[in-house]
Design a protein around this ligand. Sequence first.
Ligand SMILES: Cc1ncc(COP(=O)(O)O)c(C=O)c1O
Length: 555
Amino acid sequence: MDITAEETLGASDIGLVTRYSELREEANMPRSIPMAPNNCSLHELPVPSSSTSEMDSLLEDPNNSCMHQLPVTNGDKNSNSGGQDWVTILNRAPLRITRAIKQYMYDENGVEYLDCVNGTAHVGHCHPQVVSTGQSQMAKLVTAQGFVSDILKKYVKQLVETMPEPLSVCYLTNSGSEANDLALRLATSYTEREDVVVVEDGYHGNLGILVDISPKMHSKIPNYKKKENVHITKLPDQFRGKFRYDDEEAGLKYAQEVEKTILAAEAKGRKIAAFICEPMFVIPGVFPTPPSYFKHVYKIVRKHGGLIIADEVQTGVGRTGNHMWGFQNYDIVPDIVTIGKPLGNGHPMGAVICSREVSEKLGGYFSTFGGNPVSCAIGLSVLEIVKNEKLVSSAKMVGKHLQKSLQELQQKHPCLGDVRGVGLVQGLEIVNNKEDRIPDDKLATEIMYSLKQKQVLVGITGRNKNVLLFTPPMCFTIENSRRFAKCLDEVLSANSTRMPLDMRPRSVIVTNKAGRKRPIIEKSENQTMMECDESNDSKKMRISEAEIDHYGDMD
Ligand SMILES: Cc1ncc(COP(=O)(O)O)c(C=O)c1O
């Protein structure tokens, strides 16, 4: 059974919350969505010109790689696996997800996994309201080519309303990459400069220019030569970096690193158009900063004539729990905000939001699919669900609960070096021990696979590939977080009697009395029962029918 944060923390709010599971009956009912024509066209089309509202005038300019290791395979041995070990692991533990609902995913055998990493399924996999809205709009009108639609206006209005002043102009795109590409165009047109400051190990998308501003990608491209207009500054890593948690001035000192980078560029005659980064540095391994960091950085960048681009592809639409947008955690307002993943709950959507002043210098923007009625209908339903199901406050409460459990585990397990994050974005840094803090990527991979055996999916991120990434759908509950912490505790405890990966047991599928399917562990070829008796997995070898029933009923 699902337990929402509201249920756990008191009954007062429950009446206001429509839970995902309760929405199922509505799923099949067609929703009435206003239809009408659009404007993101290269051509002049006969669109109505009667409307004079503020939003209409705003709509004149506008219209928007998996970077983590995941325990999945597409069966392609040549896929981007990061080396032989990875291929071996994939071969031993293939996972082919065929369907998903809420915060659960199911493989081809019908085995259920708790999804702790698929942030793109923001309001829950296949949320019935999103599905029915998309289906219903698809049956009415799909094209955006040259027509202004009411639904586009309505969506842009609602999205812009979530932003602080002066961010009032919205462009709709089809991905986070397109959003970042457009943000760079906006910044370079506005400043009439070309140079960009980026942070170590940052990732901002898969278009050519974005690969150039994504240090994470540079090492993956043979003979890659960094572009002269790209300047890489220090990641504000307070765990292993130059300035650590015990340094009260770490925020200021890391901001000064940004200024040093800008000054070094200026010394070469280069002027900065923009500083782009994620508000929580999720891709480099989740690094929330001291509030002073961004305050200083924003001042410094602006003093040198640059604009600030906040890449909210990972942190947007309430994930951090305190606010709709990650940057709001620091009481700052960027010049340009880019959004992607969560907007469409899996449907490809992105957006750029900036001030009118910044947008004015862009000139034209055209996108065939950006802002099409189906995307807008889906985007609207995502915003509605976030509000109706109180997913932002839920993320805050579930995140707090989880972080507390994880901090307890951190005390207990020497390899859990650091636990960082806010709301439903958390990074768990795996190290050799707390004193030396040497990143242990192999152990992180083992933990990811051991969790998978316990039907819990996490990802791995970070430049040392040693940070377990936790970014689940926002309907993740406190009960789910208990299960995650319990499984992690078991895996980390088993790690003290650790055995090499190819000696580990593998799973087979069993069906319980209720007809539910679960993986159960069988010994590997070179392993005797005795050898794995100490491991936690061995307990599962002897799992009883009653226990299976219990697990099957858990959710
Ligand atoms: C921080 C960040 N920015 C931009 C992107 C690119 O978004 P998309 O894959 O939708 O193009 C990603 C994708 O993972 C991302 O994590």
